[in-house]
Write a protein that binds this ligand. Structure first.
Ligand code: HEM
Ligand SMILES: [Cu+2]
Length: 841
């Protein structure tokens, strides 16, 4: 080919890519699912919730500025601080991480999109609806008002907390947690399976490592909270006494479940921010980050350790001394990996030629503030000190130093750094300096005095204080500081939002960075990457010869969209060897519709409209089925395609090679975590009671649970058998197994429920029957889902969408049934066998 011909070919390729990946126009724009659109909506929405919560923070400070103030009533104050904490944590800190990752992760991995764009869209719409619902309650004076951790009995007793506030918190947030988990699944599979060829795990950008760690943490941290929410709602709605000591319950169980989530949550918030630093620091030091493996180990270590610290939030509840010692020591230990990460950054900066810039300014502010917060963290990790400081403003100071230093400042640094990638323009350096100094000075003015006021007696979560306490001045200083801080942040907001029609586009790779995302052209293209590059280094733009030129000319893989389909490459988990060309679905309103009906279900349940809730449930199931049916496991028109450079890849894979198998596996891991949290509840009650089951109460007996286990085993066997029958082309037998397996599954679930019913277990009388019922219902519901999946396969098979060589659905359903089988065994062993073994009746 001559040069002229090559240019022509390239132009044609670019036009096709452009047409395939274009966002829909007009009102249909909102049906877009591409990660670039969803990521930006998601980020903007979480910042909007942040601003809302920030205004609430300022209202708190106005109220507390002078003693005996009556700007807010006591009840409204309670709603304001509860919603402030809740929105900051659940609607900003966690979602914004996922949002930013949805924008930049695919770019960083040289992928055109994440593997399940519609799942991201679904997550986004759930988040938007749930967030508006929870925040909106404030305008009806009906917001939750018992603090962001909702301790019972304050929150379970109608006489303390009348109204729907607690239900709004529980159901609204459960709904949002589902969205967070959906995004986590997407991000894990994206990181593991959508890397460019050659990018082995140890060549991944550090950001991707952090995404992997944090998304995995979400997968293990959120389910215990969801389990807790379920128990909580069962108590509030149906009077099942999980947290009521007069009937064998224990409020401490909620505290455990909440903080098993809540402590890792702190690191779920903090690690992604560190991940941004790990991308920014090398760029402005103009050298690779020192100690790559150290930082990976430290990130994994922090993630792991953070699950063993939760009880340090419960030091003042009268835990046994041995627990105090253990959790105190473990809490101090987590300072080590955290310190490693900080030192790696400092060492990198010291050995590089540092370029001063706005992102670096915010990075240094972040490090300074975060280290101070870490130091007070080491203080409150000592139980005797915590007994003094607990529930005072010392803790408020500590947590804001950690959260604002460890997450907000890095995030703003990241915003300045990545703004050109999202909007092709630079933010103003002059405004940036103003913003930084206002925020830095304002922050310390606001929160430094709180250490002192807390230690001398300013209690947390109290709507006002008497003049005689002598804390008027300190509080006034804090309030003034808060407004200075807010002004600084508004400068950033202004710079982001101001019209910049005439401002020229930023140049490409404006910071001279080395990582893949900076290949993006300015303005960016919706196709993400021009061609999927081959990676041999951690900083390919710096270290790989001719990289940008080859990339631009489409000389790597998949430079074209010959069949006018959205495609991205799937590679191996460890070594990123090419496996498949994945066709990802395009724009659709289905995810939005599914989110609306799912949201309706949660919201209607909050207000006890049971019939309407059931209708919404039906619609939810229907919309998900339609979505799956029309949007997943397409059979391609040809088995393979040429992706360039002499490589031919299949268009269809199933089992562990496919992305959907991994998604199922990861989802089921989260699901199993929620289940084991409920089982934990059972054994928690067992350990605090001398006799559990209590005397005179029968368990579900052996007969019906036994029947159920047998039926479950048969259904599981059927699910296993289907795969081999189908592959062997014995479609009739396979279909019979699908139908039969589904029926057996329904029977198994029914038998499991019949046990406690037959022995007359009454869940409102005591916590024992309540938890037995909960485990049985949970497992039976899963059996129903398992049955639905088998019937779904049957329908697909009958319609010719599932064939001997195209069996993704079967493989995924079989995987589900493995988890199902373990769950059924554990449930029956716990509710039926364990009472015998432990000597009960
Ligand atoms: C404008 C900036 C902010 C101000 C002025 C502010 C102010 C406050 C104050 C005064 C309290 C204590 C309320 C009380 O105990 O009565 C508080 C609590 C809290 N704040 Fe902030 N805050 C700000 C930003 C943030 C950010 C960025 C986060 C997290 C990312 C955050 C998370 C929390 C949490 C979790 C609580 C505890 C709520 C509870 O006790 O249930 N805040 N904030
Ligand atoms: Cu903690």
């Amino acid at each position: 080919m001559t040069d002229a011909e090559e240019t022509l070919v390239q132009k044609a390729q670019e036009e096709r890519l452009e047409a395939v990946w274009a966002s829909p126009k007009g009102w249909r724009y909102w049906s877009d699912v591409n990660n670039t659109s969803i990521g930006i909506w998601y980020t903007a929405t979480s910042f909007a919730f942040m601003l809302f919560a920030g205004v609430l923070g300022l209202m708190i400070r106005v109220q507390l500025a002078v003693p005996d103030n009556d700007f807010l009533t006591a009840n409204f104050y309670n709603q304001v601080y509860t919603l402030h904490g809740t929105a900051m944590m659940f609607l900003f800190a966690v979602p914004v991480f996922e949002a930013v990752a949805i924008i930049i992760l695919p770019q960083m991995l040289g992928a055109r999109d994440l593997p399940f764009p519609r799942l991201s869209a679904f997550g986004y719409w759930c988040f938007l609806i749930g967030g508006i619902f929870v925040c909106g309650s404030l305008f009806f004076n009906a917001a939750p008002n018992s603090g962001w951790f909702m301790y019972p009995p304050l929150t379970t007793e109608e006489r303390f907390t009348p109204g729907y506030g607690a239900d709004i918190w529980l159901l609204g947030l459960s709904f949002i947690e589902v969205a967070s988990i959906a995004a986590a699944v997407e991000l894990i599979v994206g990181t593991l399976k959508c890397r460019p060829p050659g990018m082995r795990l140890n060549l991944m950008p550090l950001y991707a490592w952090y995404v992997l760690v944090v998304a995995t943490m979400i997968l293990f941290a959120f389910p215990p909270l969801i389990a807790g929410d379920i128990l909580f709602e069962l108590e509030r709605l149906f009077d099942w006494p999980f947290f009521d000591p007069t009937r064998g319950g224990d409020p401490m169980l909620w505290q455990h479940l909440f903080w098993i989530f809540g402590h890792p949550e702190v690191y779920i918030v903090f690690l992604p921010a560190i991940a941004l630093l790990a991308m920014i620091v090398p760029t402005f030091a103009q050298r690779s980050l020192l100690g790559y493996s150290w930082i990976v180990l430290a990130a994994v270590g922090t993630g792991f350790l953070s699950f063993g610290l939760w009880a340090h939030h419960m030091f003042s509840t009268g835990l046994p001394a041995i627990s105090l010692g253990f959790f105190s020591a473990a809490s101090e230990a987590v300072a080590i990996p955290t310190g490693v990460q900080i030192f790696v950054f400092l060492a990198t900066l010291m050995t590089g030629r540092v370029i001063y810039s706005i992102p670096m300014l915010f990075v240094s502010g972040a490090l300074a503030i975060f280290v101070l917060g870490g130091l007070t963290g080491v203080m409150v990790a000592m139980a005797p000190f915590d007994w003094q400081a607990h529930d005072t403003y010392f803790v408020v100071a500590h947590l804001h130093y950690v959260l604002i230093g460890g997450m907000l400042f890095p995030l703003v640094a990241g915003a300045y750094y990545y703004f050109p990638l999202a909007f092709a323009r630079q933010l103003s350096a002059r405004l940036g300096r103003w913003a930084f100094w206002l925020m830095f000075v304002g922050f310390n003015t606001a929160f430094l005095p709180m250490h002192w006021s807390g230690l001398v007696g300013m209690p947390r979560r109290v709507w006002t204080y008497p003049e005689a306490l002598g804390l008027g001045t300190a509080n006034m200083i804090s309030s003034v500081g808060a407004f200075i801080f807010a002004t600084g942040f508004l400068v950033v907001v202004f710079d982001v939002l101001r019209p910049r029609g005439r401002q020229p586009y930023a140049e490409r790779n404006p910071w001279n960075a080395g990582t893949l995302e900076w290949l993006a052209e300015m303005p960016g293209k919706t196709w993400g990457v021009r061609s999927v590059p081959i990676i041999t280094s951690r900083y390919p733009i710096w270290e790989q010869k001719n990289f940008i030129a080859d990339y631009d000319a489409g000389r790597f893989y998949m430079p074209d969209a010959e069949e006018m389909k959205r495609e991205t490459m799937v590679t191996g988990v460890l070594d990123a060897e090419p496996i498949q060309v994945l066709r990802v679905p395009g724009p659709s309103f289905m995810p939005m519709i599914a989110a609306v009906v799912t949201g309706a279900m949660f919201i209607l349940a909050t207000f006890h409209y049971w019939m309407a809730t059931l209708v919404a449930l039906g619609l939810t199931i229907a919309s998900i089925l339609v979505w799956l049916w029309r949007g997943t496991s397409f059979i391609p028109e040809k088995p393979r395609k040429d992706v360039g450079l002499g490589l031919v890849l299949p268009l269809y894979t199933s089992g562990p090679a496919s992305v959907s198998w991994w998604a199922m596996f990861i989802t089921m891991t989260g699901d199993a975590t929620a289940f084991f949290s409920l089982v934990f509840g059972y054994f928690f009650f067992f350990t605090i009671h001398g006799d559990f089951p209590p005397p005179g109460v029968d368990g579900p007996g052996l007969f019906w649970p036994g029947v159920s286990v047998v039926l479950f085993a048969l259904a599981w066997a059927a699910a296993r058998l289907i795969q081999s029958l189908n592959s062997a082309g014995r479609l009739g037998a396979a279909r019979a197994c699908m139908g039969l397996g589904g029926v057996l599954a329904l029977g198994a679930g029914g038998a499991l429920l019949w046990g406690p019913h037959a022995t007359g277990l009454e869940p409102t009388v005591h916590v024992y029957p309540a938890i037995v019922w909960t485990l049985c219902i949970w497992t039976a519901l899963h059996a129903a889902v398992g049955a639905l999946m088998l019937f779904y396969c049957l329908a697909r098979s009958l319609c010719g969408l599932l064939t001997p060589t195209h069996d993704i659905d079967i493989r995924n359903v079989a995987l589900y049934w493995h988890f199902m089988a373990v769950m059924a065994l554990v449930t029956v062993a716990t509710v039926a066998l364990f009472p015998l073994a432990s000597g009960g009746s």
